[in-house]
Design a binder for this molecule. Sequence first.
Ligand code: B12
Ligand code: SF4
Length: 554
Amino acid sequence: MKVLFVERDVEYIDPMNIQLLSALAKQRGHSTFLTILSADDLDADLRRIKPDLVAFSAKTGEHTTYFRANERVKQYSPKIFTIMGGPHPTFFPGLIETHDFDAVGVGECDEGWQELLDALEAGRSIDAIPNIVTRANASKVLRATTRASELVQLAGAAASVRPEYDLEVDPTFLRPRRTVLDTLPFYDRELVYRKTHLARFPLRSFMSSRGCPYQCTYCFEPKFNVMYAGKGPIYNRYSVKRLCAELAELKERWPTQFIKFYDDMFILDRKVDAWLEEFAEVYPREVGLPFFCLTRANVLTRENLAALTRAGLHSLTMSIEAGNEYVRNTIVKRHMRQQQIEDAYTLCWENGIVTFANTILGIPVRKEIMAQQGKTAIDYDIESLDINIRCRVTYADFPVLHPYPGCELTEYAVKHGFFDGDFDKLFFSYQAESPFTCFTPKEALMQKNLSLLGPLCVMFPSARWLRNLTVNVLMKLPLTKLYFFPWYLAKGYLNIFRVYPLKLSLWSLARNLAYSIQREWRKRSPHKLLYRKTLRLDRPTGQTLGGPPPDPGS
Ligand code: B12
Ligand code: SF4
């Protein structure tokens, strides 16, 4: 079978989802192809490749782009089998009934995907493959969840919730979690590298584990854990031997200077467990490349940091998410004390480990609580800036909160009337303006500006004047477009010289700057297209969440 993956855009992180699915398809003898909507012509690719199946992997926000791409595929030939998988359809499998896909993949699909391809090729029925929802099996494997509409009624919101939001998969239709990752094939990087800049860009991503047991309310993992309750351990990991074999081969085949481990939690334990002990011994010998990984401040200790450093750790991320204790522990449920965060960052500072921190701006707090605490919405964001400065974070990123399906924080936002519950209006990036209705235009402006100026203030922690100038003056001015440029330069410098230090030629550096500046601009401009595409499928939606529809006359 000829399988065509359709991807919205390729930046600097390997699209590991389609790289793995492509490898799984090839393992069964199918051939795979890739169309990148920002660079390729989908119609021309359909004519040239004549695929039997087109596959989309969707995160919420980019799903509408794939809806449009799917329409194009079906217009070209209704006989082409189309399927959407990934986080968005995992939460909204009911879209099989409202959109013209032939199947939807829910949750982990490694086996389901292979079984589907084999069945299609052999002409067998595909209606009893766990994790694969079809129009024929939907009535049996999906069940009603009245949650979304109930919430909207509670909020008194006028927006209609799409019918697909009211269906969820019956967990008995899901396979148990995959506990053995070692038998998975190596990612098919060739699929992407043969036609993109990533072939030459020496930063490579990999996930050494799946799963996370924490409860953060803005993240999809807690909901995923509910769906998978009783279906095996939450956290599953490659053996060190298998992981190093894949990375060593990768290093042989493609110019590679740095590994970015993208696991939700690269280390889960405050102790140095057997896996980490072995990793610290084997990875430097078999792979020997500096790396970046993610964990949490409450998990980091002197001991596990020493083991990571022995292995070659260069940079580490521990999300802060909010400076204010109430926002951090009650609203977003990070369950972390300020002292723990500061101690973990000090530990990194003392050991020369470069740090990256995510901190979310625009987390809505109820009016009564703000009144009790004597704070305005923007005061919480300023507290978040200050904790980053105190922690001497090397690169502090400040995205603006966006509500994603299945998350407790989204329910909170709907319940309190901050958001109307319509995910189809969501922009593909959370670097854009807040989608919540509870912020005034002035507050939304300050959040956007702080998101751009914050990293600069944190970059120079002793320049108190810069922080004060930002908070008292710059943040309030309508100069967001201007602030983009110093932010972009700082981000480029911090990424390429500090967090993921790469040796790039001047030519390569210039080429990558030109490539990335357009994308960064676009992530912050929901209403603009800065780069040309042959087929304008990834045009932005006309409205971000919660806000009023655009005035047709303007
Ligand atoms: C790497 C990553 C990225 C990379 C993506 C690179 C790329 N082009 O793919 C980058 C950094 C660009 C990124 C960006 C964003 N991300 Co992100 N990201 C991840 C991360 C850490 C890993 C995803 C991954 O590759 N996993 C490895 C593969 C093998 O596993 P998988 O994707 O789960 O795929 C399996 C199944 O889902 C399924 N499957 C997946 N696709 C398909 C397709 C078909 C056809 C089938 C049958 C099955 C199937 O089968 C696979 C094998 O079992 C996840 C967190 C996580 N733990 O998954 C968040 C996550 C996917 N990201 C998320 C978000 C919110 C974003 C952003 C919107 C945030 C932002 N910055 O604005 C942006 C979106 C940008 C965009 N629209 O392009 C959310 C998505 C929530 C949602 N409801 O959609 C996640 C789940 C984080 C979270 N914990 O909440 N992200
Ligand atoms: S620790 Fe990270 S991956 Fe785990 S639930 Fe929280 S945000 Fe999600």
